[in-house]
Design a protein around this ligand. Sequence first.
Ligand code: ADP
Length: 475
Amino acid sequence: MNQNQLFNRTRASLACSYAVVMGLILGLLGLGVYRAIAHAHLMALDNELESLAGTLHDSIELKLEQPGRIEPIVKDFFPNLCKNQVNCQLQLPKPQHHILSPITQGNYYIRFLDTSGSLLAVAGTVPEGLPQALNKREWQTLSDNKGISYHQITVLLHTQNGKDWGYFQMGRSFKEFEDYLGTVKLILKLGLPISLVLVGGASWWLSGFAMQPIYKSYRQIEQFTADAAHELRTPLAATQATVESALLMQQLDEKEAQDILATVQRQTQRLTQLVADLLLLTRMDKQTASIHRGYLDLNDIISDSVEEVAMLAMGAKVKLKSEIRVEQPLQIIGDEDQIYRLISNLIINGIQYTPDGGEVKVCLDCCDNYAIIQVQDTGIGIAPNEQKRIFDRFYRVSSDRSRSTGGSGLGLAIVQAIVSAHHGSIQVQSQLGKGSSFIVQLPLESKYKVEGTKLYTEENTIFPMGASIGNLWRL
Ligand code: ADP
């Protein structure tokens, strides 16, 4: 399976997992909403039924004189009251003409039963096929012969003198409610697949978005491996070609042998340097590079570094000078070898990318508890769009131009790794054809707090210390 397939498969399985989880959440949410709507509606209907039944019960009870006898005045409450199944051609009053019009609008029915459970009268819209037998439970759910459900409330009525009169039952059809729930169900049933399709699309997009950094990092590793292999192959190929041509020669005089060995040594050195740089970068990435932190005098390091590369500058016909703008020695806490490497990498770059007759200046200054090291040159400069990339591993502004310097494109990557290991920062200012300036800021020793065998940075990062040798620690 190639890498693209692997990424696509991972993305698809990630998207599927998202979609399944989201589908489950949406499904549960839909079910919850449905149950909540149904419950709220049912409660509202039951409350309405209960309050109507209560009002009617209280009003009627005041008028009842004899158990089981319906007083004529009760007819005023229920204009379509039908007693003993006589005269039951119910003439429903127009809703607006009666205070109890909701009862006559088709949703409610009322039944009066005596204490033995015999039906005395009915009112409202009495459904056919409801069970006739008296059930004294207060709340009941019944169905008529069309399968429509009703909620019914049963209350005991008393006469004016407190005797049991009989029962008053009031029921309400749930057809409207069931129709309404049916519509909600339909909306949810149709909405769920549509939402799932949308969730699927969103999951695909999201998983792509989530995989971007992994994909980018994978591409970087791939690029890094290819670049490293390429850089390693160059000196190896040169060595191989030199050795092969030497082997083809019948005889070698001493001078030729010396030249061949010098070439092999040069290429081996290049290879060794490249491997050492790669190892250093990898270890710094993993933060396993052992750093010997100690108090360092930057004034000395800069003077020494300038002295060390003076011959190189002379050979390149570049004027090299240093300018220490501080009166006191500037002390930092850091690894001596790495700080030397940082400064000499920048100076060597300045010399390499400055034509004959140019100048490279190294300045040391301080500001706000930071040492500022500036390496300025009057060289070829770097285009603005390249300035961000020159710190990338193996990146060279122009391969041809850089190759003539023998550079591998790791120098500035190492500089940046050293700067961050020392809690500093680096900036580049450059103009094509005019020169470049690399400005490094490193925290001065006063920015750290040393307590016993521990070293604290300003951000309170603690460096564990091993053995302390004078003012040098191996971390
Ligand atoms: P190299 O080993 O190729 O010099 P570096 O990482 O040190 O690699 O630099 C990366 C690229 O940045 C170089 O190829 C070069 O093009 C550019 N560069 C670095 N320093 C300078 C400078 N002082 N002036 C102009 N270009 C520079």
